[in-house]
Design a protein around this ligand. Structure first.
Ligand code: FRU
Length: 442
């Protein structure tokens, strides 16, 4: 008898952990996020499963000859699947005119869109927003979701303020909604709502620009990515942040190094404290997607890595796969990793995220062409899109490129979609299965 009621109790607890939205948010505030540690990073090794094929940029084409494009994202349904609106797939990309030097594109980024019937031949639709409407002195990456009423909700990073001089690196999240209009001639957007600032860093969970300005090397509060948790039905924004506090308020702790056995013998060089990348999360609290509750980060890379860019989640089976991109030069002193896509897995949205493959590395650029692609985004079916960054630059690193003659910079910059890749995920392992065509979204 007793045994039976215990079993029933376990079953109820099990179910509520899996399905109750309350369980999710109650644990969200109390929990401590996961750490990507120096020990994990020390296990990074390039192999056949994680090394991308070499890109031959001469065989590839720009989405629009007149524009460089880089960070790209498709219009998605609420459940994260790629949307098809009356037969059209739609992608959005950061853009700048083709005659702008690669190092300057982030200062004037504008979001443009492209549409396609077959998911591989893209037609340029022009700028997404009406002139003068977008917030910020320029717009950085975000995400777009279409709801049941054919309304799109567009989340983006408003960087700086309109008309500012000089440019600042303030970053806030903005939202605007519109109707999608399709015809045999293509796709457009109509009835834009006002653009609204929906989230700013709080200084408690996420560093404010003012805190970062007290000695840090870079700042991030950007790349809002819509995510609906299929288990709880709750909606969230996942984003790139920095762990809060000014550098003087932070320190490198053994848990940032890794296990006690590793930490005991591992030296953390001075300056590592300036590396405070984090993956943040905020819960949607109204129907208009304008009010949010900031929650503690899902993952932090304190004393490990400075920029966990364009984070996003896909759910496979019972597991949450959290992906992010980072650069070779964003790892803290004493550890190193390639320009790549990194991933983490957990059984719960607010659970313990373990790095995939032991180290986190999912896709690396090949050693022969270490800066060939960037800004990977994993779609729910395992297709990974990215853009061509710098190819065939010999022994130069990314930081050297701005010092080369302009012609060299233009010749070696891609500014266009890379060949998509297909990855397979199996529990805490991943592998690259094959290369698909350029910019293909299946
Ligand atoms: C990644 C990234 C994003 C940012 C954008 C700015 O490539 O750094 O985090 O939104 O580029 O251009």
């Amino acid at each position: 008898m007793r045994k039976q009621s215990m079993l029933v109790a376990t079953a109820i607890i099990g179910l509520s952990t899996i399905f109750s939205p309350l369980a999710d948010s109650a644990t969200a505030e109390d929990r401590t996020g996961s750490n990507w540690t120096r020990e994990h990073v020390s296990k990074i090794e390039l192999n056949e499963q994680n090394t991308a094929p070499i890109i031959n940029a001469d065989e590839l084409e720009k989405l629009d000859d007149d524009y460089h494009t880089w960070d790209t994202w498709p219009l998605k349904n609420k459940d994260g699947s790629v949307a098809t609106v009356n037969g059209y797939k739609i992608i959005f990309a950061l853009s700048a005119p083709s005659d702008v030097l690669p190092g300057k594109v982030h200062d004037i980024a504008e979001i443009r869109y492209f549409y396609s019937k077959n998911g591989k031949d893209w037609v340029s639709g022009g700028p997404v927003f009406e002139e003068g409407d977008a917030l910020g002195s320029r717009q950085w990456a975000g995400s777009a979701m279409i709801d049941e009423n054919n309304q799109i909700h567009f989340f983006y990073t408003a960087t700086g303020r309109e008309g500012e001089e000089p440019l600042t690196y303030e970053q806030r999240f903005a939202k605007a909604s519109a109707d999608v209009v399709t015809s045999k001639n293509g796709v457009s957007f109509d009835n834009w709502s006002d653009h609204q600032i929906i989230l700013e860093a709080d200084g408690e969970y996420y560093q404010t620009k003012e805190q970062g300005d007290q000695g840090d090397i870079a700042y991030a509060f950007r790349d809002p990515e819509f995510f609906k948790d299929p288990k709880s039905g709750e909606e969230y924004i996942i984003f790139e942040g920095n762990s809060s506090g000014a550098p003087a308020d932070r320190s490198c702790l053994p848990e940032h190094s890794g296990s006690p056995e590793f930490a005991e013998h591992h030296e953390v060089p001075e300056g590592s404290v300036l590396f405070n990348g984090s993956i943040g999360i905020a819960k949607v609290t109204n129907d208009d997607y304008t009010e949010f509750e900031l929650l503690p980060p899902l993952l932090e890379a304190n004393c490990v890595n400075q920029e966990l860019e364009r984070p996003h989640i896909i759910v496979k089976g019972n597991q949450y796969y959290l992906f992010t991109d980072t650069h070779f030069d964003k790892f803290a002193p004493g550890i190193t990793g390639p320009e790549g896509l990194y991933g983490f897995v957990s059984d719960e949205l607010f659970g313990d995220y373990e790095p995939l493959n032991g180290s986190g590395l999912v896709i690396a650029n090949p050693e022969e062409n270490p800066f060939q692609a960037y800004s990977w985004l994993v779609l729910p079916n395992g297709t990974v899109i990215s853009f061509v960054h710098f190819t065939d630059i010999g022994d130069l690193t990314i930081g050297d490129i701005g010092h080369q003659p302009e012609e060299f910079q233009f010749d070696h910059f891609g500014g266009m979609p890379a060949p998509s890749l297909k990855i397979a995920l199996n529990q805490d392992r991943s592998r690259i299965v094959t290369e698909l065509g350029q910019g293909v979204i299946k």
